[in-house]
Each structure stands twice: as structure tokens, then as C-alpha cells.
Ligand binder design. Sequence first.
Ligand code: GDD
Ligand code: MG
Length: 364
Amino acid sequence: MKALILVGGFGTRLRPLTLTLPKPLVEFANKPMILHQIEALVKVGVTDVVLAVNYKPEVMVAVLKKYEEKFGITITFSVEEEPLGTAGPLALARNILAKDDTPFFVLNADVTCEYPFEQLLEFHQAHGAEGTILATKVEEPSKYGVIVTEPNSSLIKCFVEKPVEFVGNRINAGIYVFNVKVLDRIQLRPTSIEKEVFPELAEQRQLHTFDLSGYWMDVGQPKDFLAGTALYLSSLAKNNPTLLTSPQGNHFVVGGNVLIHPSAKIGQNCKIGPNVTIGPNAVISDGVRLSKCVIMEDVTIKPNAFVRNSIIGWHSTIGAWARVDGVSVLGDDVHVADEIYVNGASVLPHKSITSNVTEPKIVM
Ligand code: GDD
Ligand code: MG
């Protein structure tokens, strides 16, 4: 089977992390975002993965070569000369997607969920129409694509991308399965699948929806990245609790849902949790308090510091008694001095912060 992942551009909304690594390689719960998706695709039998990108993917090539070997799959970079939108890349990769008659998956690279590819595929094959969209429900649908179905049916009546007026709260989760035939509708030019292809398919009664159970989040922005991490950890707690750091014997774990890499070091009298991930070789000193945060590889948190609701990028240091809060995002190799307060700051790589940042701002 085949899959295409829409990787897209530079991931500007996830800066400053994406100044250092392309978005798909940024670790979500200690694992590159794209690896979560590739592992789930491999599990359902996908052997051909196309990564649709619109920049030169040198950094990614090396990492993904390793995945090719590890999983015995073929990963092809399909590089756009100009951004082709969310549908054009399907036309560009036509030779791979249409190499046989089996349906193929399409994924937005920035969505996390339990990836129910097997059920999705079964459902798709049972209804026989050209496409199926995985759907979820959200309270605030205006920043997504909204799906309206026929009464008591999975058949999509209309699809409205980013509606201005409320049409419903069942939204496009950014994961699809299509028959090869759908490629005949897509030309090699910048095209939006949401605005051009879905409305046409819906009108011709060729598009169904399949409801996702469990969590879902688009993690393309820092606030959502943190929320998505919390959801992912809750799902691990339910389905795979041994992967989490157990509060048994680890008295520093408070409130559960903590994922600590085995190579990280935790000092005395720390309080960690809930909803925390700590990457490889991180050093968490005595008396540190962490909650709802992401601590990446090689970070050092000095004694009695407090980090909440923030992302601390690779190789950074947080000083003793410092306080980082309010969806702050520290890029690679940022240093926060002792006793400093950082609130809602987005800090570019290699910066030192030596005076308080009390209001959200970009530090460059
Ligand atoms: N290759 C390529 N080329 N990929 C692209 C391009 C492009 O020109 N433009 C966007 N992408 C990729 C993005 O990197 C992302 O993985 C995916 O396509 C969707 O683009 P976003 O920019 O993240 O869109 P969105 O989040 O506003 O909305 C989309 O996702 C929602 C779910 O998160 C839509 O599909 C909505 O309908 C959907 O609800
Ligand atoms: Mg998105």
C-alpha cells in the first residue's frame, strides 16, 4: 500500500523550533513527529511513503534513510518547485500513487491521533466511493474544514473549509483514503484539496466520512503542541501505561502522564507532572517543578526552577530559581539566567535571557 504525507513548508507557526529542525523531525513525546505517522502506516501494511515537501529536504533525507532500512519501506521525497497546495502534490506523485490499483492514504503532517488506518481502510473499501475523510468533533470549528453529511449517513453533502459562519462541528482531521481514480480530478498546479477537490467529490456523492474515536489535535502551533502532548500522554496512560514513567518508585511524579527518557537524570525533591515529556540526556536538578511542558534533548534545568506550559528546546539551560511559563517556546541552545521570569516568550536559538520577560514577545 501507498501513502503520501503533506509535509509542506517551513512550519513557521512552530518557530523557533523549526529554525533548527524541519517540523516533521521535531520530537513529539520524544519521537520525531513523522515517525509516529510512519510507524502507524507501516503497521497497516504501507510500503511506499511519499513525503511532499516544498523545500530542499537535506536534513530529512539522512534521518528518513534510516527509517527506510528499519521498516523495509521506500520513502520518496517529492519536491515541489513552487508550493502546490494540498492537492497538487498528489498529481506530482502520480507515478507512485497510481503504480497499482490499491487505494492510498493522504496525511497532513501536523496531526496526531491514534491513527485508525485499518478501520478507515475497511470502511472506505466497504462503501466503494472515491474518497473517505477521517473526521473528529471540535468546539471551535472555524479554523478547520467542516463536514456536513446527509441525515443519518456517512455520505458527505458538503465540505466547507474554514467557515465564517457556523455550519457544524464535525471537522476534517487531515487524514484521507482515496481510490486511484481521484487522481484524474487533480491537475499539476497549485490546488487546494479542501477548497477544490472535496466540494466536487461531495457534489458527485463520491466522498464519505469516518468518525475518529479518541483524541485528535493539529499540533502545528506551540499551544496546540502542548495540548496534543497532554492528549497523547493520556492515551498512553489508557492503552500503553508501561511506556509512561510510573509514579510507583518515582515519587517525583505528580498527577501522572509523565514520559521521561531513560537517559535523563532527575534530582532530589522534584515535582514532575502532569503532562510532561523529558528528552534524552536532560538533567533535572534538585527541587525542580515541571508541569504541562516539553523538555527536549540535552536540556539542563538548574535547582528549584519552575517550568509550566512551555517548550524548552534542545541544549537549553534554565537557571536556578528561574520561572518559565505562559506558552514560552525556547529554541535550540537558549540560556535563561538564575532567578529570571519568562512569560509567553518565543526565544530564537542561541540567545541568553538575563532580564525578566513579563509579557509575551519574541526575543531575537
Ligand atoms: N507539500 C505541500 N505543499 N504541503 C503543504 C502545502 C504545499 O504547498 N501547503 C500545506 N501543506 C501541508 C502542511 O504542511 C500541513 O501538513 C497540511 O498540508 C495542511 O496544511 P495546514 O497549513 O496545516 O492547514 P490547516 O491546519 O490550516 O488546515 C488543514 O488541516 C486541518 C486539520 O488540522 C485542512 O486540511 C483542514 O481542512 C483541516 O481541518
Ligand atoms: Mg495544520
